[in-house]
Design a protein around this ligand. Sequence first.
Ligand code: PNS
Length: 159
Amino acid sequence: MKRAVCPGSFDPITYGHLDIITRASSHFEQVVVAVLENRTKSSLFSVAERIEMIRETTSNLPNVVVDSWSGLLVDYCKSNSIQAIVKGLRAVSDFDYELQMAQVNLQGSGVETMFMATAPAHSFLSSSLVKELAHYGGDVSTMVPASVNEALKLRVAGK
Ligand code: PNS
């Protein structure tokens, strides 16, 4: 089976992530959305909460499954027979870091990384930006699904 992983922090999932996951799901027999730790970021939602949000917002995609992993992405790929890592590239600013990770992952394990161009409508969108806006009461309804928007409102209100 041709399987790919869409890895990320997904704190929380945005329409930008969903665009990449949806498009990846039409190229692979199965896409695993894997919530991984990014040691450079602190999270607003627990891993369980993020998984629940991803499950709900990808429930229309029958060949997408959701999982989590605390360890190296390439070890996850090896243990789960995943041949490709799929990532979205928003802008040149993403490129340096993403290229480094792709090369390290290729060198360490032979797992390929495939980049998809983010749809122009989402080129500025990131979970960090969404959290910043939500924190100050900004409107993020065009950036995240309604259920994620509600979860954000509750979380920034301290619930
Ligand atoms: O959504 P993010 O935070 O940009 O995703 C980054 C993530 C989680 C995919 C990356 O930090 C990662 O792969 N973490 C797992 C640990 C790992 O394999 N690190 C080595 C990368 S060179």
